[in-house]
Structures are given as structure tokens and as C-alpha cells.
Ligand binder design. Structure first.
Ligand SMILES: *Cc1c(COP(=O)(O)O)cnc(C)c1O
Length: 397
């Protein structure tokens, strides 16, 4: 990761097909587009690769989450459970439909702790949104059981884990809806883009209409199409989709490269009994975009990260201190700093969370280091990197 590292002739070829027609919009213009339907092409390929019936391409991963929530009829005052460790987009999407993000502890999977989720379910809860951070997943079976028991939706934020699997199913296809991001720094990229996948015909139809101003897409005259309900514009452009068509063809190669590089580094680190690797739930296979582990103490994790950076080992993340990925720095959310007035339901639902105890999350996040696994490394570079990490760990453990 990221897919832009290997941007090349296939991406150029697909993009040129769109540039040759000049039709940059995904709908309409049937004549001038001369058979080029890049968004549709990518949707078909994505649905096939993810073994689902439907895929809807969108303008971003944030848009995918927003459209997923809207399509399942989540709205004002509904509660959606999200982890304390995620990218801000997860809660932004929830806020954008008037719903309340309820932050819940993570465990040693670095994703939602099912026991903490069970405690957070209340009368307003409508959905559980596990976020497969850094390439791996939560215990989805336990979460799906909770959903069944309480009649909730399971919405997977798989933006960072495309290509991973759980119980033999592609991540994103396990829940009611799964969301992907194809922004510039993700495993595969469209430049900007995203998608949702589902087996539910109703949710798909909602997503198809909602993301294009409510257009019902019946007939071949856009101006005459009906609008059965209100929508918005979350469309992707044909140019972005063309890049994605090429990158999706390369997904399995990218995952294989990541697995190879990840395995080389991991094997070297297994000499340290003090290190605990992130738990991957039984039945889960990572997409190997990150290698994550826990050190014995928070102090040690901080020191090791600084030493690695001094030694020129880049791409080592200490998320605990990160401005965008961990609740500790989300004062704009917890202090409700919005430009316009937020709904009362949201204000009240979020306000109460400021003093919540996330000691369990802090325990894991404070000791965690995550290493980005790149696609462009040569094997000798990976070995050198592994040796440097081993050397620095040996000095601190
Ligand atoms: C990248 C990301 C998103 C948002 O995707 P964009 O395409 O950047 O809007 C959402 N959730 C997670 C976990 C992400 O990493």
C-alpha cells in the first residue's frame, strides 16, 4: 500500500479511453461515449471480485459510508456504534445523516471489542460499524450475533482492508453493507473514489438513486427520470473510475506483494518474545497493508518510534498520538465544534461521551506500533528494513 506506488501503463490506457471520448460523466451521453462506461465496468468487476450481487461506486470512502447509512434508512437521532480508533470519516458520515456516533473501546484486534459493544447497545442503536483498521478485522461473528440478537445492521468500514477475508468471505461482504475507499493513499486508488457493496436489492437501489439526486435511472432521458425520494450528489467521474478499473485488476497482485513483504519483516521480529502481534480473529486473513504489534509499555513504544524515525525507518505509525485516527485528539467532535448548528439529538448524544472511560483502548493503542507495508520495496530493502527494526528493538527491550 498505497496503490499509487505502482501507477503505470494500465492506468494510463484505461484513462485514455475516457479522454478519447471526452465523456467524463458516468450517466447519460450514450452516443458520444462510444461504449465506454468505466464506472459501470468497475462496479461489475468489484461485485464479482467481492462475491456480492451489487456494487455502487461513489466519489469517496466517506461518501460510501454516508450513502450506506442513508440507504439503510438511518437518520436523525439514531445511534451507530463505532470504534475509538478509526479515521474521522467514520463519524463524519454518521453525523452527516443526523445520527449519533457512539464511540466504543477496541481490543487487541485494534478494532471493536464485542464485549464493549454489547454494553453500548441501547434503545436508539441502529447499527454497528466495525472499522477494519490497518488491514485486519474485528471478531465479525460475535458482532453479527449481536446484530441478530438486537435487530441491528452490520455496516463494515473496510476502507483500509480491501482484499482481506473473514470466514472465507471478502471483507466488506460479511455485513449488510461494506464500504471501500479508493482515495490516493489506499491499497487501490481512483485518485478519489469509494464504493459500497451489498447483497440487499433494496439498499442497492437506494444507494443508486440517493447518490445521484434521487434519479430512478429508468429510461434513457435523464431529464425525464423520476425522483421517488430525496437524494444528493455522491457520483464518481469516469476519469476516476477508469483509474480504478485498472487498479482493481491489480488488487490480487498488490495483496501478494504486501503479504510477501509483511512476512519477511514479521519473521525477523518473531525472535522477540516481549512483542505481541495484533490479534487476527479466528477465520480472518489480513490484507497485509500494515504490520502492527504491541510493546510491553507505552514508554517503550514511544521511544522505539522515535529511534526508528532517527534511523531513517519511515512509515512507522504511533496512532495513539495521531491527530486523525484516535479519540484523544477528536476534540472537534467531542466539543461539537461545527460550523452550523447541529441537531439537538446529536448535541446531546455526543456531549455525554466526553467523559467516557477508554482506558481499555488506551492500554492497547498506547503500546501499539504500526508499520506501513509498501508495494515498491525491493527484497533487499525489505531485509535491510527488518534488520534495522530488529536492531532498534533489541536496544530497547
Ligand atoms: C480512508 C478512510 C475513509 C474515507 O475514505 P475517503 O475516500 O478518504 O473519503 C473512511 N474510513 C477509513 C477507515 C479510512 O481509512
Amino acid at each position: 500500500m498505497p496503490g499509487f506506488e505502482l501507477f503505470g501503463s494500465l492506468e494510463q490506457k484505461e484513462t485514455n479511453k475516457v479522454l478519447e471520448t471526452g465523456v467524463l460523466m458516468r450517466y447519460g451521453f450514450d452516443g458520444p461515449r462510444k461504449g465506454q462506461w468505466k464506472a459501470k465496468e468497475m462496479e461489475e468487476a468489484l461485485a464479482k471480485r467481492m462475491e456480492v450481487k451489487y456494487a455502487q461506486l461513489l466519489s469517496s470512502g466517506t461518501a460510501a459510508l454516508t450513502v450506506a447509512l442513508a440507504s439503510t434508512e438511518i437518520g436523525l437521532g439514531d445511534e451507530v456504534i463505532v470504534p475509538s480508533f478509526t479515521f474521522v470519516a467514520s463519524f463524519e458520515a454518521i453525523l452527516s445523516v443526523g445520527a449519533i456516533p457512539v464511540l466504543v473501546d477496541i481490543d487487541d484486534t485494534l478494532t471493536l471489542d464485542p464485549k464493549a459493544v454489547a454494553k453500548a447497545i441501547g434503545p436508539k442503536t441502529k447499527a454497528i460499524m466495525p472499522v477494519h483498521m490497518c488491514g485486519s478485522m474485528a471478531n465479525l461473528r460475535a458482532l453479527a450475533n449481536l446484530c441478530r440478537e438486537h435487530n441491528l445492521l452490520l455496516i463494515e468500514d473496510a476502507c483500509q482492508a480491501i482484499g482481506g477475508t473473514y470466514e472465507g468471505k471478502p471483507l466488506g461482504s460479511y455485513g449488510d453493507i461494506g464500504c471501500f475507499s479508493f482515495d490516493y493513499v489506499k491499497t487501490i486508488t481512483c485518485g478519489e473514489g469509494g464504493a459500497l457493496i451489498t447483497n440487499n436489492a433494496k439498499y442497492y437501489k437506494h444507494a443508486d438513486h440517493y447518490s445521484d439526486h434521487g434519479h430512478d435511472h429508468i429510461g434513457n432521458d435523464r431529464g425525464k427520470e423520476g425522483h421517488p425520494f430525496l437524494g444528493y450528489n455522491f457520483r464518481i467521474s469516469e476519469l476516476n473510475a477508469a483509474v480504478g478499473v485498472a487498479q482493481l485488476k491489480r488488487l490480487d497482485d498488490f495483496i501478494a506483494i504486501q503479504e510477501k513483504n509483511y512476512s519477511i519483516i514479521r519473521k525477523e521480529l518473531e525472535v522477540f518474545p516481549e512483542i505481541k502481534f495484533r490479534t487476527v480473529p479466528e477465520g480472518g486473513v489480513e490484507n497485509y497493508s500494515f504490520l502492527s504489534f504491541f510493546l510491553p509499555t507505552q514508554e517503550m513504544a514511544k521511544k522505539v518510534q522515535i529511534a526508528l524515525s532517527k534511523a531513517g525507518v519511515d512509515g512507522c505509525f504511533y496512532w495513539y498520538d495521531n491527530n486523525w485516527h484516535y479519540y484523544k485528539k477528536w476534540d472537534h467532535l467531542l466539543d461539537l465544534k461545527s460550523l452550523g448548528k447541529l441537531p439537538m439529538e446529536v448535541q446531546e448524544g455526543v456531549k455525554n461521551q466526553k467523559n467516557n472511560d477508554f482506558a481499555a483502548s488506551d492500554n492497547w493503542m498506547g503500546r501499539n506500533l504500526s508499520f506501513l507495508i509498501k508495494l515498491s520495496w525491493k527484497e533487499v530493502e525489505v531485509m535491510e528494513r527488518a534488520k534495522k527494526i530488529v536492531q532498534i528493538l533489541a536496544q530497547h527491550l
